[in-house]
Write a protein that binds this ligand. Sequence first.
Ligand code: MG
Length: 139
Amino acid sequence: MPDSEKRRTRPPAGKKPLNVYIDVDHTILLSTANELHLRPGTREAVARLKAAGHRVYIWSASGASHCHRVVELHGLGEWVDGCFDKDPAVEPPPDLIIDDDWYLVEKYGGFAVRPFRSLDPKDDELLRVLEELESLGHL
Ligand SMILES: [Mg+2]
């Protein structure tokens, strides 16, 4: 199976608005000793998802307050519909997730990204996810 297919599981087909849950740590955020770095492409990803009519949620095993902090710090608020703890009973239920944890992507469906562990201005993981969503008709 090609790598691009292996990283894509059960994304719902069609045009309906999706509940998209995006992980924080090592998906859109790199924490260093004195800074919280936003992954390249994060703003474009949340803006395009929102513009396409989807609901964009940020969630984290570190809790909703961690998500709020990152959303505020990096000015993502206008595109984000809510912040949550990573709880399997979260409402509304995720239609797809974007996460660096392949196990969770298998569980919920969505897209796995390479863990964001170092700063790379050419990092295009999130743009790649946008391309796949576009090819599936979601953008
Ligand atoms: Mg993570």
